[in-house]
Design a protein around this ligand. Structure first.
Ligand code: RNT
Ligand code: ZN
Length: 416
């Protein structure tokens, strides 16, 4: 797109928004500050570098598009390329199985900071901040139950793993002078009718209490709830109710993965309740199609609503925004850019809402006016502001990134 076109479009948009009390420059500045945690597992279909064990634990990737990253250098090179196509400074979200194990097998109860030193170094060189995840899936000891396992040996193994991961996250946070956000998701559940439902939840709560005992100022822990997993359809130990209660009573960050709720549930509406009772939120922005299918995030109604609710609740500053999908059926780098830019579009759209006026209408009981303005806001020249945002940050504007990704595919990923 031509520079003059972008700037003219922006000037018109700026005036139009100003007329309803919205400052577009301010919204763009806020969006520039909003970091998005890029989930490293989109590069290689959640395989990692531990042993190449098949993905298990209720999650699944589908597709075999060529060009999957096969080793640590390829994951890093893909992420470095991704960075060139995104405005703003972002984070990289690592799973434990993406450690730099130096060709050796390091079991999960033996992992330590040394396995992530090269990541810390790489992140520093590339101006990324790191986030982290313990990994309880894809392991011979995963089974159906990990932290909620009645067998003390298995439970201890996973407690030890998770404690070590928290220490790794702490070291990352200290090295980058910014807390590393560590997510704990365990797949624990059961395929069929379960009668001891409360029992496993008691064990999970006990395990988590044990894990969280250690004070680690360089990191923050968050806990992810889920509806069900593949092969674990009837019962999920770490359900919504479980983690809402746990996070509220223990004051722990709640991870809201948009793929983890009933298909007709209004996920966005959870934000304004959760923010009253948990310290912060971690978001896994995803797109479920019929189930938790982890499709590439797009600018759709649920995602728009999610960020509108966050802005309306003044909660964006209490939310850590991350992505969580794994699509192996299309160009994986393309999947990153579509999803990250879609998330940025949804955030921008929320920041451009004429909130002051809408609140005034609501307070006065002027409900026709409120609905009318919400409708009109949908067709304001939002795209011109998003184009300007990308132009201002020297990254491709609009569909220009398609050819950049095609070029990278030609030069790099197609040769794998
Ligand atoms: C699984 C959870 C979890 C994983 C990642 C790989 O349903 O969403 O966040 O996707 O940890
Ligand atoms: Zn998730």
């Amino acid at each position: 797109m031509k520079e003059a076109q972008i700037l003219n479009g922006y000037e018109i948009a700026k005036e139009r928004y100003a007329a309803i009390g919205v400052d577009t420059d301010k919204a763009v500045a806020e969006l520039e500050k909003q970091q998005i945690s890029l989930h490293c597992w989109q590069t290689d279909d959640v395989i990692g570098f531990e042993s190449g064990e098949a993905l298990s634990g209720g999650i699944q990737t589908t597709g075999n598009y060529p060009g999957r990253a096969r080793n640590i250098d390829e994951v890093r090179s893909d992420l470095e390329f991704v960075k060139t196509l995104l405005a703003g400074n972002h984070r990289v979200n690592l799973h434990e199985i993406y450690g730099d194990f130096g060709g050796k097998f390091v079991d999960r109860d033996k992992v330590g900071v040394e396995c992530f030193e090269s990541w810390v170094q790489w992140a520093k060189e590339n101006n990324f901040k790191l986030d982290f995840n313990s990994t309880s899936f894809s392991h011979p000891k995963s089974g159906d139950l990990s932290l909620s396992n009645p067998d003390p040996a298995i439970r201890e193994f996973w407690i030890e793993h998770t404690k070590r991961c928290r220490r790794i996250a702490d070291a990352m946070g200290k090295a980058q002078n910014d807390p590393c956000i560590m997510n704990i998701w365990v797949h624990d559940g059961s395929k069929d009718t379960t009668v001891n439902r409360k029992y496993y939840r008691e064990i999970l709560a006990e395990s988590l209490d044990e894990i969280l005992k250690e004070e680690l100022p360089g990191m923050k822990t968050c806990l992810e709830a889920k509806l069900f997993g593949i092969g674990l359809e009837s019962y999920t130990v770490g359900s919504m109710d479980f983690f809402e209660g746990y996070c509220a009573t223990r004051k722990v960050i709640y991870t809201l993965d948009t793929g983890h709720y009933e298909p007709t549930e209004n996920v966005a509406d959870k934000v304004a309740s959760l923010l009253l009772f948990v310290p912060e939120l971690m978001l896994h922005v995803s797109r479920p199609i019929r189930w938790d299918s982890d499709h590439v995030t797009i600018m759709n109604d649920p995602t728009l609503e999610l960020f509108k609710e966050l802005v309306r609740a003044d909660g964006l500053k209490r939310a850590h925004v991350g992505l969580d999908y794994f699509d192996a059926s299309i160009n994986r780098i393309g999947a990153y850019i579509i999803g990250t830019r879609a998330t940025q579009k949804c955030i921008l759209s929320a920041l451009l809402e004429p909130l002051a006026k809408l609140r005034e209408y609501e307070a006065n009981g002027q409900y026709f006016q409120r609905l009318a303005l919400l409708e009109e806001a949908k067709t304001l020249p939002f795209g011109a502001v998003f184009d300007y945002f990308n132009w201002k940050n020297n990254v491709p504007v609009g569909e220009e990134y398609i050819s950049c990704i095609e070029q990278y595919e030609k030069d790099v990923t197609s040769k794998r």
